[in-house]
Design a protein around this ligand. Structure first.
Ligand code: ADP
Ligand code: ZN
Length: 738
């Protein structure tokens, strides 16, 4: 007797006649979904997550909207192979994916791919084995065994380790009892990753202005529907406390919450604070999670077991069962912009997602982006202002150090005024932070004899010396080589000089002046996330006296003993040609100086600058943020820059310069003529070479009402098709101009 494979495995899908065709969005840069046949008996709906054949591969896709039935003959199509037992992506999520694709000019499949990055999560989590007490006694009843049976006497199901833990015995006691046949084996659903947060667990009593702020948002949540508020409050004013109330209200309504945070991987303190308030941690979402955990978070967000997710920008693409509120903390932060495949700003897309889902979104910052500030001034966003710190914590006393009048000693970078302030802080046993946004020892190394500069062989950037590691490194592509003893150009030994400071060089200077102080360098190249977390905790516990750090230290941490913040080079960000240079510098420096004095100790901020008259410097030391915004807004309006105008950047790159330049020129020539839209370039990008690819930029500038996407689409359609190594990257609302 022979067996058909279908006898063993059930009916083969191929054997069944296909009934209809549906569009399926596959994770590919294709402009539209592909058609697949639905095998009889398979119940797919728009949003269903399925596995389909694609060429020789099997890929995961989503059934999209619209019937393909009339257009194609289902019998001729390849069938869907598998329907996952996972909640379908809901209508709002599908519209969101389409919207993001259209706005960012990305293929919808690549956007959908961001929502489908955890394939193993699409099958239900396996049940776990457990036991239930059957009620009869074992042959021998020891005291340990008695404890177990007392616990298990409730008739409920237990996991082995859970029961052992509850009874305070080792699992071998349970094993012994199991051998005696006192338990029945049962299968339990896997435990949730995090417990349910309780909105009434430990609410704080809000101070007057905080209370008013919270009421405005809570009223919006009660009213339901789409709204945007901007909480604009100085560091330490209690913005987090205020949005915790909004979260509590949403939880009371039985809906889910998404909190977007930049650098979530490093902000363990935030998770603990959330737990103190709500009795449970939020689900965490970022790229440093273990794969298994990511899968669980995806799945349990979809099933609704996780009520609150705190995540990095990609959390915006999680399939919430019933999302009721989005918070975007540090809404101005450049980390919300993704510059890879799909170029999008999670802050802006959060507003879109909230609009589609008809829910409130709350933007939060001590230094809002100019775009959000304009919307709040005009009343499009509700403006919630918290001008002072909570309780007795005062803002740090800020002063500029004019480096022309108080220069550092030769070969140093710290002004005598800075060193004096550090010495005083040390005497009081308090902490100082020196901030410099430059990793490594020195940004440039050259030969004193022939002038040779060390450049990356595949990028147009200098190699940065990292003395701790004995390497020179490229910060664009990661290329590294051992620091040479001799100049490769002229061969002279020991004549290489380091130009300019990095954090390691500042540390050297600090150690020379304060040999007995505990000095710590904190920079993203100094270890993985785990090590950085530990070091941040150590600083919070007062285990370091002087911290030298890059922007890593600027974000959200609470260092109770930190009373001096020194900015080594306040001018650093002002020099480049970025239209947001002033805004970014203002934001970063305000945020860093805001680390000081959060717990009531008298605190100082000192900014070393060669341009003490610069409006950004004046705005920071005067504490007059509104003067800065007014000036910046006037400038933007005059120059028709965002949000008064619109920008799209296009980078054309190729492995040879000629191809990149020619393609960029041809694209420009293919552009339609539209009044109000102008093209700048092509010009060689400031970073002309990255990883061996030559880069040319086109910048498209339009009015607020211009159809930028339509313009770019026409350009790409009419223009030459990228051939050979040529690539075109489109960046709508660019943040980077390099
Ligand atoms: P922000 O988010 O604006 O920087 P936080 O919410 O972190 O401010 O508040 C700063 C500090 O003050 C925190 O340690 C916080 O716990 C405390 N705080 C603020 N408001 C209250 C309040 N109403 N009750 C108790 N503590 C508060
Ligand atoms: Zn490089």
């Amino acid at each position: 007797m022979s067996l058909e494979s279908s006898d063993l495995f059930g009916p083969l899908t191929q054997a069944e006649p296909a009934t209809r065709a549906v569009p399926v969005l596959v994770p590919m840069p294709a402009p539209v979904p592909y058609s697949y046949a639905v095998p009889a008996g398979m119940a797919v709906v728009p949003g269903s997550i399925v596995q389909v054949p694609l060429g020789p591969r099997k890929v995961i896709g989503v059934v999209w909207d619209g019937e393909d039935a009339g257009k194609v003959d289902a019998a001729k199509l390849r069938p869907i192979e598998k329907l996952f037992d996972s909640p379908p992506l809901d209508d709002a999520m599908r519209r969101f994916i389409d919207w993001v694709a259209a706005y960012t000019l990305s293929p919808p499949g690549l956007v959908a791919r961001m929502a489908l990055r955890t394939p193993a999560a699409f099958d239900p989590e396996p049940m776990i084995e457990g036991l239930r007490y059957l009620g009869h006694e074992p042959d021998k009843l020891t005291p340990a065994r008695r404890k177990v049976l007392e616990m298990a006497g409730d008739g409920l199901s237990w996991t082995k380790s859970g029961l052992a833990h509850a009874a305070g015995v080792s699992t071998s006691v349970i094993d012994g009892l199991a051998k005696q046949g006192v338990f029945q084996t049962v299968f339990l659903p896997p435990p949730p990753l995090v417990a349910k947060p309780d909105p009434d667990y430990a609410p704080h009593r809000l101070a007057g202005a905080q209370q008013d702020a919270a009421e405005v948002i809570v009223d919006d949540i009660k009213a339901g529907g789409f709204s945007v508020s901007l909480i604009d409050g100085v560091t330490g004013s209690g913005k987090t406390e205020v949005y915790f109330e909004a979260i509590a209200e949403t939880l009371k309504q039985g809906r889910q919450v998404l909190i977007l945070l930049p650098e979530i991987a490093l902000t363990t303190a935030f998770l603990e604070r959330f737990q103190d308030r709500f009795g449970a941690k939020p689900g965490e979402w970022h790229s440093d999670l273990a794969t298994k955990t990511r899968e669980k978070v995806w799945r349990q967000t979809a099933t609704g077991d996780i009520r609150v997710v705190a995540g990095a920008r990609s959390a915006l693409f999680l399939p919430f069962e019933d999302l009721g509120l989005i918070i975007v903390d540090e809404e101005h932060d450049p980390a919300f912009k993704q510059e890879d495949r799909v170029f999008y700003n999670a802050r802006d897309m959060a507003v879109v997602r909230a609009h589609i889902a008809k829910i409130p979104v709350v933007l939060v910052s001590a230094t809002p982006s100019v775009e959000s500030q304009v919307n709040s001034y005009s009343g499009r966003y509700k403006r919630i202002h918290l001008p002072t710190r909570f309780a007795d914590a005062a803002m740090p006393d800020l002063h500029l150090i004019d480096m022309r009048r108080h220069p550092p000693e030769k070969s140093g970078f710290l002004s005598p005024l800075m060193l004096r302030a550090m010495a005083k802080t040390l005497e009081k046993k308090e902490q100082s932070l020196l901030f410099l946004n430059r990793r490594g020892y020195a940004p440039l190394t050259l030969c004193r004899v022939c002038g040779h500069r060390f450049q990356c062989p595949q990028c147009s950037s200098w190699l940065v010396e990292h003395r701790f590691r004995g390497q020179i490194q490229c910060h664009q592509c990661g290329y590294a080589e051992p620091t040479p003893q001799a100049c490769p150009e002229c061969g002279t030994l020991d004549h290489l000089v380091a130009c300019g400071p990095g954090v390691e060089r500042i540390a050297e200077e600090v150690e020379k002046h304060f040999p007995d102080a505990r000095t710590l360098v904190l920079s993203s190249d100094m270890g993985g996330v785990k090590r950085l977390r530990l070091e941040l905790e150590a600083i919070a516990k007062g285990e370091a006296d002087i911290i030298i750090g890059t922007q890593l230290v600027a974000k959200g941490h609470n260092f109770p003993l930190m009373t001096l913040v020194g900015i080594v080079d306040a001018d650093i960000g002002l020099a480049n040609g970025d239209p947001r240079a002033a805004e970014r510098t203002f934001q970063l420096l305000s945020q860093v100086t805001g680390r000081a004095g959060r717990t009531g100790l008298k605190s100082h901020g000192l900014l070393q600058t060669y341009q003490p008259q610069h409006p950004v410097m004046m705005a920071i030391v005067s504490g007059d943020a509104s003067a800065f915004y007014e000036r910046e807004i006037t400038e933007r309006e005059r120059a028709v820059l965002p949000p008064y105008g619109r920008l799209v950047s296009m980078i054309v790159s190729a492995d040879n310069r000629m191809d990149a330049e020619t393609h960029a020129r041809q694209l420009r020539m293919a552009a339609p003529v539209v009044s109000g839209i102008a093209i700048l370039g092509p010009a060689e990008a400031p970073l002309a070479l990255i990883r061996g690819r030559h880069r040319f930029r086109l910048l498209i500038h339009g009015r607020k009402t211009s159809d930028m996407q339509g313009f770019v689409r026409t350009m790409l359609e009419r223009g030459p098709k990228p051939v050979r190594s040529i690539q075109v990257q489109v960046d709508v609302d660019p943040q980077s101009f390099l």
